[in-house]
Ligand binder design. Structure first.
Ligand SMILES: CC(C)(COP(=O)(O)OP(=O)(O)OC[C@H]1O[C@@H](n2cnc3c(N)ncnc32)[C@H](O)[C@@H]1OP(=O)(O)O)[C@@H](O)C(=O)NCCC(=O)NCCS
Length: 143
């Protein structure tokens, strides 16, 4: 079952996030506490949109997003998604993504945007779900 995220869900989402992003693959030492603090920042955004997936009344997946004006358009940005490792590959991520896409259409947004690592397996997940590389956009950085 998918439902809107509540503030009480953040603790469990932190636990899931820390497991879904292990240090061996991502190089960041996530634990339930620092992951919860990180995710809380998204939750506190004014135009936050978030859902959790429950199996037997326990949260096993979550998605954090927010609505944003981008030029003349309004879009939905996905900030984070995580599914408990032992529950991955069973369609939970797709179901969460579909909920976000449906919400975006329902409120008349132009589309859904997300950033992910070129090298992360998640890119394949998004491609499988109809996302394409954004043309004409580059990501720049300096220290
Ligand atoms: C990415 C993630 C959210 C996907 O959730 P999931 O429940 O495992 O995905 P689903 O079972 O719904 O998969 C949907 C489709 O994507 C594909 N897919 C999912 N994960 C994939 C992966 N790592 N590599 C390639 N394809 C993948 C599935 O094969 C499926 O396609 P199909 O129906 O054509 O076979 C989840 O695996 C996860 O939490 N990963 C670790 C954290 C992460 O990378 N988060 C996103 C960072 S931006």
């Amino acid at each position: 079952m998918i439902r809107q995220m509540q503030v009480e869900d953040l603790k469990r989402c932190g636990e899931i996030y820390a497991q879904a992003f292990p240090i061996e693959h991502w190089g960041i030492d996530w634990n339930p506490d620092n992951a919860r603090a990180y995710l809380s920042d998204f939750y506190e955004q004014k135009k936050f949109v978030g859902y959790v997936y429950e199996e037997n009344s326990e949260i096993v997946g979550c998605v954090f997003a927010h609505c944003k004006i981008s030029g003349s358009k309004r879009e939905l940005y996905i900030n984070e998604m995580a599914v408990l490792p032992q529950m991955q590959g069973q369609g939970i991520g797709r179901a969460l993504l579909n909920t976000v896409l449906q919400y975006s259409r329902e409120i008349g947004l132009a589309g859904v945007v997300l950033y992910t690592s070129e090298y992360a397996p998640a890119a394949k997940f998004y491609e499988r779900n109809g996302f394409k590389l954004s043309q004409g956009t580059i990501c720049m950085y300096r220290e």
